[in-house]
Write a protein that binds this ligand. Structure first.
Ligand code: 3HC
Length: 339
């Protein structure tokens, strides 16, 4: 197992990922408690950290919120790759701000997860050890500047589609964290679209670069929404608990319906020969999704899985002196206050 400090130390967590945080209460959950809880959820009451909640609800939230936090943090890497090579000072300043926003989102989300009784250090250790999942999309490389545009347009676009409904999640701290995150994500989406528009209206070579980026990012963005509803093991229960408001396929379809006309406006071609408008359904229909590729990426075999984790581990190790200095400073301030 990888250790955060690089020094020999006992593992920071010993519980399985489906049994995290504080010890579950010794008393079994009664059907009355569960029914009262479900009635509160059905009445659209927010569940707050000190409220009674089923253990499985708490574990589901820790899983989803921490995976979400990890995605934001790992998501800084593909775009961070282009900060030093952005084509103008303006583009560089905007990209730095965007990448910094993603770091901030990760921090809010770790804080939201901590309200469920799990420690941030434990979650970080799970990411660094490779035990935790993060979004499949961030295991693809950013080969050209157009990829920065495609990420903003498609990946942030998909993220908004998925995350706006989470502002109405039944768990208060997660729902509230998502409000600011979604506002920032919508700026990100627009900056990405603006990059794509500039390239699409540019030279032949720039248009080709934009098309190439769309070719490589389209299907991974479609997969970001997760497995199809029939294969999604958590959706039904998460919908009952109002953690999720729409299924993976519903959100995927909304994204496709919004994004295809945007590609048409850009004059770019969606890389799907089977894409067609279904007049009767009022939706765009797409060709088959390559679920084997999705599963391979989840198993760690995407193009950049190894590189992403190595970068996070190196970043975490390089920041150790900052954590030590912050802890020493806090201890000094506490000692001064106590004197
Ligand atoms: N990448 C990696 N794993 C994925 C995945 C994806 N795109 N989609 C699903 N999975 C995993 C699930 O985490 C789950 O794994 P687990 O059981 O080991 O925890 C398994 O596949 C089964 O999927 P389910 O559909 O049953 O899982 P969920 O009900 O949790 O739905 C989800 C998956 C839709 C991603 C949901 O967790 C969710 O809405 N999460 C919050 C949003 C989020 O995390 N987004 C990630 C991107 S963040 C981002 O893009 C940053 C932005 O700045 C660009």
């Amino acid at each position: 197992m990888y250790h955060i400090s690089g020094k020999s130390q006992p593992p920071m967590y010993t519980q399985a990922l489906d049994q995290q945080g504080r010890e579950p209460s010794a008393a079994p959950e009664s059907p009355e408690q569960a029914a009262r809880f479900q009635a509160r959820v059905d009445a659209e009451e927010k569940i707050e950290p000190k409220d009674w909640m089923p253990e499985a609800y708490r574990q589901t939230l820790i899983r989803q919120i921490s995976q979400h936090a990890h995605s934001e943090i790992v998501g800084m890497l593909p775009e961070g790759n282009w900060i030093t090579r952005a084509p103008s000072l303006r583009r560089k300043a905007v990209l730095i701000a965007k990448v910094q926003d993603e770091g901030g989102h990760g921090m809010y989300l770790y804080s939201a997860a901590e309200t469920l009784g799990v420690e941030r250090a434990t979650l970080v250790e799970q990411l660094l050890s490779g035990a935790a999942k993060y979004s499949s999309i961030f295991n693809y490389p950013t080969l050209t500047w157009a990829d920065v545009g495609a990420i903003g347009w498609l990946v942030d676009g998909a993220a908004i589609m998925n995350q706006v409904p989470i502002c109405r999640c039944s768990y208060g701290p997660y729902a509230r964290a998502m409000v600011r995150i979604c506002k920032e994500e919508s700026f990100h989406q627009r900056q990405g679209f603006e990059i794509m528009l500039t390239l699409a209206r540019g030279s032949e070579a720039q248009r080709a670069m934009a098309q190439d980026a769309l070719n490589r990012w389209w299907w991974p963005s479609i997969m970001m929404f997760g497995p199809s509803d029939v294969a999604s093991r958590h959706t039904a229960q998460s919908m009952r608990w109002k953690i999720k408001r729409f299924t993976n396929d519903e959100l995927r379809q909304k994204f496709i319906d919004v994004t295809v006309p945007q590609a048409q406006f850009l004059g770019l071609t969606i890389p799907d020969p089977q894409l067609r408008w279904d007049e009767a359904a009022g939706h765009f229909e797409i060709g088959p999704i390559d679920w084997e590729e999705f599963q391979a990426v989840l198993r760690g075999h995407g193009p950049c899985n190894r590189e992403r984790l190595e970068a996070r581990r190196a970043g975490h190790a390089a920041g150790e002196w900052v954590r030590e200095a912050a802890a020493a400073h806090a201890a000094k301030r506490a000692a001064q206050a106590a004197a």
